[in-house]
Write a protein that binds this ligand. Sequence first.
Ligand code: NAP
Length: 261
Amino acid sequence: MTAKIEVTTPRAIVTGGTRGTGAAVARRLRASGMDVTVIARTPGDGDAENGAVRFVPADLTDPDAAAEAARRVLALGAPDVLVHVAGGSGSPAGGFAALGEAEWARELDLNLLSAVRLDRALVPAMIEAGRGTIIHVASIQARMPLWDGTLAYAAAKAALRTYSKGLAGQLAAHGIRVNSVSPGGIQTEAADRLVERLTERFDGDGDAAWDSLVAALGGVPLGRFATPEEIADVIAFLASDTAASILGADIVVDGGTVRTT
Ligand SMILES: NC(=O)c1ccc[n+]([C@@H]2O[C@H](COP(=O)([O-])OP(=O)(O)OC[C@H]3O[C@@H](n4cnc5c(N)ncnc54)[C@H](OP(=O)(O)O)[C@@H]3O)[C@@H](O)[C@H]2O)c1
């Protein structure tokens, strides 16, 4: 008699999976056969809107909303893949002087604590399952902070990267791999919004604002920002068994922008 083999579809959770990079990640994981749930405040206009992926609404800067989203996710079972993409900077241009308590709290809440609080709620079930992989999307700004419009964001992403590394060490013994991905510029509406905010400092000259951003980066050797799909491919690789021995790593995907090792 042949033993019955039960095959279950891997479950993936993608925060910020409704727009930009997160939507590309959700599409990519779904294409590789996973059951995908996305968490964001609004369904956006991609797969969450047309029902191809499950949508759980939540503002992840709100601890109660994050806890409720975690409860809904856990009702499906322990996640196999958890990708934290939600993030971004909404701060005004102007550097340290433009950042008050509210701006600092907002950037830390969205770019660090949203991931921490969701991990805290979901990791126990992953430990019990004895498997899984977690990917935190940070930024090259963790290494190379820019001051104009993104100083608090950069500090939060550096904390996220450090947190991710520490968590990787703790969860390795439980069969859970934790890594981070640090993109440079990605061609998304969020990057356009940053240039719009910088435009205020250049009397409405968008080209000058764009040039200032690229100059602050010291140029992009590749000659362009990455596409959301390119970032999604790297995340899908990290989530796959092909990356079974990659743990506690931070993968930079920046077209050569960061010049140091
Ligand atoms: N774009 C870049 O150049 C760049 C460079 C380096 C790193 N990154 C990082 O890459 C990630 C994705 O960036 P992106 O440009 O693709 O962003 P994006 O296009 O602005 O998308 C952000 C996603 O996060 C969701 N989100 C935002 N605030 C949220 C909240 N409070 N609670 C729950 N969901 C929230 C958004 O949906 P809702 O608004 O409907 O909630 C959306 O799905 C971010 O972590 C960003 O920091 C981006």
